[in-house]
Design a protein around this ligand. Sequence first.
Ligand SMILES: Nc1nc2c(ncn2[C@@H]2O[C@H](COP(=O)(O)OP(=O)(O)OP(=O)(O)O)[C@@H](O)[C@H]2O)c(=O)[nH]1
Length: 790
Amino acid sequence: MVEQTAIQLINEEKQFSDAILPYFKSILEEKDIGQNYHVISVFGSQSSGKSTLLNILFNTEFDTMDAQVKRQQTTKGIWLAHTHEINNSHDDRSLLNEELFVLDVEGSDGAERGEDQDFERKAALFAISVSEVLIVNLWEQQIGLYQGNNMGLLKTVFEVNLSLFGNSHQKKKVLLLFVIRDHVGVTPLESLSESLINELESLWDGLNKPIGSDNISLYDFFDLKFVGLGHKILQNDKFIEDVKKLGDQFSQSPTKSEKAIFRPIYHHMLPLDGWCMYAQNCWDQIENNKDLDLPTQQILVARFKTNEILEETFIKYFNDFDKIVQPILNNRDDLILELKHIKEQCLSDYDSMASRYTKQVYLENRQSLISKINEKFENSVDQHLKDVSIELLDKINDIIKENMNNKKLTFIDSLTTVKDSMDKQYMSILKKFNENDLLLLSSVEQKCKDFEKLLDSKIIELKNNELKLLISKVRKTITFEIKDEIIPLLSNPSLDVWDKIISRFNSILDRNLSKYKVQVAAVESTESDKDNSKEEGDTQSIQYDFQLGLGQITNDTTAKRIHFAAWLSLATTTHDYLKSDTIVNIIRDTFENAFRYDENDTPILWKDEQEIDETFKMARRKALSVLDILCMAKTSDNVEIVPDVNIDDEIGKEYEDEVGIYHMTRFSHILNELEKEKVLQQFKRQVNLIVIDAKRSIIKTTTHIPLWIYVIIVVLGWNEFMMVIKNPFYVTMLLILSVAFFFVHRFNLWNPVLNVVSVAIGETRQTVKSKLREYVLDEHEKVPHKARSM
Ligand SMILES: Nc1nc2c(ncn2[C@@H]2O[C@H](COP(=O)(O)OP(=O)(O)OP(=O)(O)O)[C@@H](O)[C@H]2O)c(=O)[nH]1
């Protein structure tokens, strides 16, 4: 046997060769024949001329027996040979443009295997399973003999075949081509065929059919064809001619001739590598005596092969996927184009390779490939959509700010508009990917939900920020107003100062919350409910809406927060302001006002100490009553003021005073007893000084010029006084000077007077100087004159 042209598919030990694929590769090289091939088996008694027929018909080179040497088994196991040549009457061997694979099966009834019919049964079943055409080779004289013409074996094969495929919906047909050898022509072929058909049909009828397969006919599984070949030894030319005629039928196309042997219904519709795997699976099943389900095997092969193709094409296009896609992740149009291109290429490659397998499996795996591709796209698309989401969400802030700055829309209207717009933008982008089938169907809805979630959390964040701003703004205003209105009240406290403070506080709070108040229609209630609501101040019918699209609970909580903050601000303001020193100053001022000024706010001029003492007592009483008011926040009804919210946790600090007593800071507790005592002492020290000052001022005015001075003045100046009184000139001069002095002093003319006096003095000085100069010069001139005259 020539190694290159035939290979042992299954050896005598019933082992399937693993060299089949390399064999196919070596003979076909890189040629992809797809489904353009046919598988033919030959089956018959040992040394019945099977190999000889195949070699002449298909130009193969199977071993044949040399009868002149020894009649013995030549073909062992199952051999496979490749050919594309068919001997025909046109003498054109390349008529058929398809590849042929011919299986030469070990002959039955061989002496070498003896009674062991296991292999020949398995081989027959295998041949039926994997071939389109099974040539049953028999001598003319064997027809009519049960054992001699393999009818026994055929019966077994039919039976197994029926039990395996009887209930299958996909009944694949095989052509049983009975080749009658040494047909010398005495008995016409028709008559021989008839005998064989009768034999086969009665054989079929006699089969032990499985339940439910009673009505299945022989022809549901097999087509029958009969050919007679002349005696090779005696009529060699006729033999060759008959073989060529048979070759014609093999060469013909089913579309052109009814006699054509190869028909699509016999084909397994598997590409060659798939057929190889299929054949191996069939043999494994047969060999292991398992149920051989050919359609299932075909599907398994298709599944395996299409999976293999799927993986190969996927790797081919997605090995460098990240490198290709990463740089264009931010460019949506390029990204969509590239993804689309990759997907189309990948699917086109898959289609060309896998579409040759069972359609259902091919389509199933195509869908898997699409899902796999989309899954791979998922990361990139997700990354892109994430960037898009961030971009869109970032824009929201600016758009809302712009809308609010331009006073175009309120915050909540702006928020609704922006949300709709962002939703639309995102959906249109998502739609672009979806339209191009670049998303996993299952993920589209999720992506929408994810964006909705992001958008909602952004909206909540914006609302919270806006709410924080609003609360902070209202708090600041309330704090400012509290300081502005409450501190003046505290710095000059009246007896009902705390009533006034609470009243102002309520009006401040009300003023700041009024624009957010919503009147809600009163809910029908029972009489007792109405009474209760009256007692509670009808607050139940008032709700708040801070115009930020918040839920009622959040609105109410916000109102409560502002209410709480207002109380805290009031507490902080009063406690910060009413420190011990400030209280000392306040009560000292109260004391001073009462002590120094009368009812008309006129300063009191003390006449005597008794008056000072009485006024002191009155002023101190007033100051101490103010101290009592400031030490404890109580209404004029003497009811301690307790905030209607619990701010104790904020201001309620526990502390120990100097004498070891624990105190808890409360809103109404401004000073504790110890602090009050200290304030009192400080106050006393300060007012004592004021009283001492007052008393000293009386002594000063009364003891400023001692009386005896006046007596001395009168005693010592009596003569001068009398002299002035008695002289009319002095009296007149005194009166004139007194009047002049009065007017100058009254009209504050001392400066002009002093100017006049200084000018007069200057003039006088000049005059005196000039007179003196004249006098000196005159004396000088007289002296030389006297000297000359002497
Ligand atoms: N009378 C006759 N002899 C033939 C014919 N064809 C082949 N022979 C002879 O029969 C003998 C066996 O032929 P093979 O082709 O080896 O038979 P085989 O069926 O392949 O044998 P195994 O492979 O051993 O089963 C050879 O000597 C052939 O010359 C034929 O048509 N008529």
